[in-house]
Design a protein around this ligand. Structure first.
Ligand SMILES: [Zn+2]
Length: 137
């Protein structure tokens, strides 16, 4: 067994029964990193302590053996941020397809709609509220 294999085996043995990384852990890590960048830009020591606290919290969660409680924390995080995460994912898709489609909102109910670019002026009937209007793409 090589040194690397022994090392991997030792780490996986030590991590056995511990929680590991989840979406909340990753978010905490990125938030701590962002705080560290803000600290380097501003030099406010309180921000450095907050960043450090975020890293410590991330580590404590990763190596925790209380898997049930950590999973519950992650579920709460996912539930509270679902709207924002969905909005960000949809914004990314809209940005990727911006040359193919024109995106706009229904003027009546604000639901998001799209038209293929270059299709000319169309009369659109909103699928949600039935409002009819003209849109050029
Ligand atoms: Zn509508």
């Amino acid at each position: 067994m090589s040194f690397w294999e022994k090392f991997k085996s030792a780490v996986s043995g030590w991590m056995y029964g511990r929680y590991g990384v989840d979406a909340f852990g990753r978010a905490l890590m990125y938030a701590s990193l962002a705080l560290l960048v803000v600290f380097f830009l501003t030099g406010i020591s309180l921000i450095w302590y907050l960043s450090l606290a975020g890293y410590v919290w991330t580590m404590v969660r990763m190596f925790s053996r209380n898997v049930e409680k950590r999973a519950h924390e992650n579920a709460v995080y996912l539930e509270k941020t679902q709207k924002v995460r969905t909005e960000l994912r949809q914004a990314r898709v809209r940005f990727q397809n911006r040359k193919q489609y024109k995106y706009f909102k229904c003027p009546h109910c604000r639901v998001r709609l799209r038209l293929t670019r270059g299709c000319g002026e169309k009369t659109i009937t909103c699928r949600k509220c039935g409002h009819t209007f003209n849109m050029k793409a």
